[in-house]
Design a protein around this ligand. Structure first.
Ligand code: ATP
Ligand code: MG
Length: 373
């Protein structure tokens, strides 16, 4: 049997980047050969094994053929006669379809090295069209490597447009889409991901509300701002969704199946934004103590102070420069109101609903004091 390093590790090594995980392809072996050598089989669908020492993944060379629509229809063929080139041919992009043998020699039947040098993301073969997830992966690699000058080549853009037009993206399951969106939000240039999706037509299916220029620009500006502050995934997602009007963001966030932390922050931003940017008014309104209290209460500052600071970070990235004062005001209101100690009021004999009302009154009083001082 021969063993080759493949995929991302070869690509990153040639780019001089740090290698995160190594994937290997084994040619000329059967599952039995692997088990005899102490590898452990993982996953029932594919002949993939874990090395007993390094725990790295070793996959038997395989070919894949699409059967029907959707993500589930792949027929996998793996046997000792499948060659390295067969295996590389099923991969998405030429820069991901290189291998390195045990002597260090690069095997590159699809000219990945040339594309690396030319900074081009190009599909390996027409079989690319068999898996719509590759559109998202390609967009994500654009987001990762754009700072180094990479772009998706015209032929690949055209192929992806055809795939979208043929309805391929409609068959992606939400979990896979979310996984790619989340990873893209953490790449160097998330904007490039959404541009590729928009330009192929995939964005119109996945997050159609962001297709209009104004919404797209607002989302990208907010995202860039959060990104520059090294914001968390929750903040990034909330920034992305922030241009959607209140009534659209809920269903969209639901459809994207974002995990709860992401979902809740994005919903919170949608819930408080209307009060901070009253429509029709040029400048945001000065909020009364009651209105400030309502925002703090909606955000459940009392029990979720960490999430409240994430909210403020996102708001600072969404609001116009002229409206930034609101963020400071909210911060001051929060600092004052969160100093109210229920215990102190209980010691004064308040209980039940009366206690709740006393807490509210004291918080309001402090907010009032904070905004007038
Ligand atoms: P990363 O640095 O994000 O791990 P990677 O290129 O290593 O990037 P993986 O998802 O780890 O990406 O996949 C390893 C390799 O498997 C890829 O380089 C590519 O050759 C191939 N691959 C993964 N997913 C697909 C897919 N959906 N279609 C075709 N080839 C794929
Ligand atoms: Mg990898």
């Amino acid at each position: 049997m021969q063993i080759y390093l493949v995929g991302g590790a070869v690509r990153d090594e040639l780019l001089g980047l740090e290698i995160k995980d190594r994937d290997w392809v084994v040619v000329g072996a059967t599952p039995d050969d692997m088990l005899k050598q102490g590898y452990k089989q993982v996953g029932a669908d594919f002949p993939v094994f874990l090395h007993p020492g390094s725990r790295e993944e070793y996959a038997l060379a395989r070919t894949e053929r699409k059967q029907g629509r959707g993500y589930h229809g792949f027929e996998v063929y793996s046997a000792p006669d499948v060659t390295l080139e067969d295996d590389l041919k099923r991969r998405d992009l030429t820069i991901n379809a290189m291998a390195r043998d045990e002597q260090g020699l690069i095997v590159d039947p699809f000219n990945g090295q040339q594309d690396l040098e030319a900074r081009v993301l190009r599909h390996v073969s027409e079989a690319f069209a068999e898996d719509p997830l590759r559109i998202l992966r390609t967009a994500r690699f654009a987001a990762r490597f754009q700072p180094q000058g990479f772009r998706v080549c015209n032929q690949t853009m055209a192929l992806m447009r055809t795939m979208v037009a043929e309805g391929e993206v409609d068959h992606l399951v939400a979990e896979r889409v979310w996984q790619e969106i989340q990873r893209a939000l953490e790449e160097h240039e998330p904007r490039a991901f959404f541009e590729v999706l928009r330009d192929t037509g995939a964005l119109a299916i996945l997050i159609p509300e962001l297709v209009p220029d104004q919404a797209f620009t607002a989302a990208m500006t907010a995202l860039h701002c959060v990104h520059q502050q090294d914001g968390s995934i929750e903040e990034r997602f909330a920034a992305l969704i922030s241009p959607l009007p209140d009534h659209q963001s809920g269903p969209r966030i639901q459809a994207l199946k974002a995990p709860n932390d992401c979902k809740n922050l994005a919903l919170l931003v949608a819930a408080v934004l209307p009060a901070l940017t009253r429509s029709g008014e040029q400048k945001a309104p000065a909020l009364s103590a009651d209105e400030l209290y309502a925002v703090l209460d909606t955000a459940d500052l009392w029990r979720r102070p960490e999430r409240f600071s994430l909210l403020l970070n996102v708001l600072a990235c969404i609001l116009e420069p002229a409206d930034q004062e609101i963020v400071h005001t909210l911060q001051r209101a929060a600092n004052s109101a969160s100093g109210v100690e229920p215990k102190a009021l209980m010691a004064q004999g308040f209980t039940g609903r009366v206690l709740g009302e006393a807490i509210r009154q004291e918080r309001l009083r402090r907010i009032q004091q904070a905004i007038t001082s």
